[in-house]
Design a protein around this ligand. Structure first.
Ligand code: NAP
Length: 476
């Protein structure tokens, strides 16, 4: 195994995401030998922590992953903390000097990853200071990992990209979308392109429709303030759902390079059909907001949410791709909070060979189970010559999943390798925003009737009606 040499600087080391996701991911990389002697992590935040405080937080955060206490203590010696206000230019000089010292100590050859896990409003401040204060090294690689959201519309995304580009080129920017780190999401390309069974009919000749479901039982929890300005469409559809759609619709890339994959995804996102009239939007998009139920508060009663909020917590959409191979194939997408299921699923409905026989159905199950199921037709067992569908399925076991890299772990590792295959290119982000902006421009003209579904129910009735118009139902 080649040893990776780097200093990872984490902005937002005292935050929620760092302790819930990032420290466990980095520890697993260390545990599995991908990070070792030539590695150091500098955590930063305004909080006045010592290195020991940082190590204490990391120790607690990775507790569930620990198999060897001595190895954990060794890992913790690679963790450092520097109190740093990202708005204070002088602090960058301290950081630069500390990085240089650790670079010497750990022989990291000038390689740097800057991971920004704090409010996106601060991304440009940080990247600009990294550049002007000379923290970008000449002798190694410099990569930037940033968290979502990347803007809140096309204009803000363009502005953010312009500012980031003053310090980092596109090929140095890694936008984390943790869905792209999930096992079954990464498997989509293999399933599609490495099976003759699917590859030749993965178009409007063979496929009737797709369903992409990103469903959550939880409400907004303590994210009310952020969510009330965002809503389901910006929070889930613009990034996660449209990324899944792009993976399902893209042509086979000419090779396995990140550039080739991104190029194909860009083509799809640039070809999303933009509804032209408000009537078209009304007919094909169902917004929802949860109201109170016996066991749950309604959205408008949640903490830090306006009591007359019209933010959508649910969206069901019929998305179309304006390319010849996808003409007439709807991509039905739904996401919702406080619904009666917690699951992330892709359903592919194939066309029947003849009327009266069910078309094949492929379910790619991303969560809670990890695996897939294919319904195939065969003869009813016994004297009958009728046809019925039976499942072929493969689900990973808990033991297998425990050995599989987790989403953040995998994506951080891919960034260390410089592999952008599972990161969205800026143009993907921009095209996705253009699609979403168009929806909002129409929605501005339609007053929603919220709340329109009960917390804990399956979602608004109109979402079922949307599919009923096509004589189908949401797969459960
Ligand atoms: P958080 O808990 O509020 O943490 C914010 C971090 O930013 C803290 O470490 C805070 O440290 C630091 N910070 C704030 N102002 C600073 C300043 N002026 N200088 C230096 N550090 C400063 O936020 P989070 O939930 O971890 O989220 C971080 C990022 O990840 C956000 O972009 C969010 O949108 C994204 N994200 C989070 C989640 C999640 O599940 N949490 C999921 C997806 C995306 P001090 O207070 O010590 O300064």
């Amino acid at each position: 195994m080649t040893e990776n040499k780097l200093i990872l600087t984490l902005f937002g080391a005292t935050g929620d995401l760092a302790s819930r996701k990032l420290y466990p991911a980095i520890y697993r990389l260390y545990k599995n030998g991908h990070l070792s002697k030539h590695f150091a992590l500098i955590g930063t935040g305004r909080t006045k922590w010592s290195h020991e405080d940082m190590r204490h937080t990391v120790r607690q955060s990775v507790a569930k992953e620990v198999e060897d206490a001595t190895h954990l203590e060794e890992f913790l010696t690679h963790m450092y903390y520097l109190s740093h206000d990202v708005n204070d230019k002088a602090h960058y000089q301290n950081l630069k000097a500390f990085q240089a010292e650790l670079d010497q100590q750990y022989q990291t050859d000038g390689n740097r990853i800057f991971y920004i896990s704090l409010s996106p409003t601060l991304f440009p401040t940080i990247t600009l200071h990294l550049k002007t204060e000379g923290l970008i090294t000449e002798n190694g690689y410099n990569r930037l990992i940033i968290e979502k959201p990347f803007g809140h519309d096309t204009e803000s995304a363009q502005e953010l990209q312009r500012k980031l580009n003053q310090a980092f080129d596109e090929d140095q920017i890694f936008r984390i979308d943790h869905y792209l780190g999930k096992e079954m999401v990464q498997a989509i390309r293999n399933i599609r392109f490495d099976n003759r069974l699917f590859s030749d009919i993965w178009n409007n000749k063979g496929i009737d429709h797709f369903q992409i479901s990103l469903l959550e039982e939880v409400g907004v929890e303590d994210r009310g303030e952020y969510y009330d300005h965002s809503g389901a469409t910006r929070d889930m559809i613009q990034n996660h759902a449209l990324q899944l759609l792009a993976l399902l619709a893209m042509d086979a890339p000419k090779d396995n390079s990140a550039e080739a994959i991104q190029e194909e995804k860009i083509k799809i996102l640039a070809s999303l059909h933009l509804p032209e009239t408000t009537e078209e939007v009304k007919a094909n998009f169902v917004r929802g907001q949860y109201g109170p139920a016996a066991d749950f508060k309604g959205y408008r009663q949640e903490e830090n949410v306006a009591s007359d909020s019209n933010t959508e917590t649910y969206l069901a959409a019929k998305v179309e791709v304006d390319l010849p191979q996808w003409k007439g194939v709807p991509f039905f997408v739904r996401t919702g909070k406080r619904v009666n299921s917690k699951s992330t699923l892709i359903d592919v409905q194939f066309k029947p060979t003849i009327e009266g026989i069910a078309g094949n159905h492929l379910r790619i199950e991303i969560a809670p189970r990890t695996g897939y199921r294919l319904l195939v037709n065969q003869k009813v067992f016994g004297y009958s010559h009728d046809t019925y569908s039976i499942p072929f399925e493969y689900y990973y076991t808990d033991e297998q999943l425990a050995q599989t890299p987790q989403d953040y772990e995998r994506l951080i590792f891919e960034c260390i390798l410089g592999d952008k295959s599972h990161f969205a290119h800026y143009l993907e982000v921009e095209h996705a925003w253009k699609y979403i902006d168009n929806l909002f421009s129409h929605w501005q003209k339609i007053e929603p009737e919220f709340p329109n579904y009960e917390a804990g129910s399956k979602g608004p009735k109109a979402a079922d009606d949307l599919l009923a118009k096509h004589h189908i139902e949401w797969h459960q």
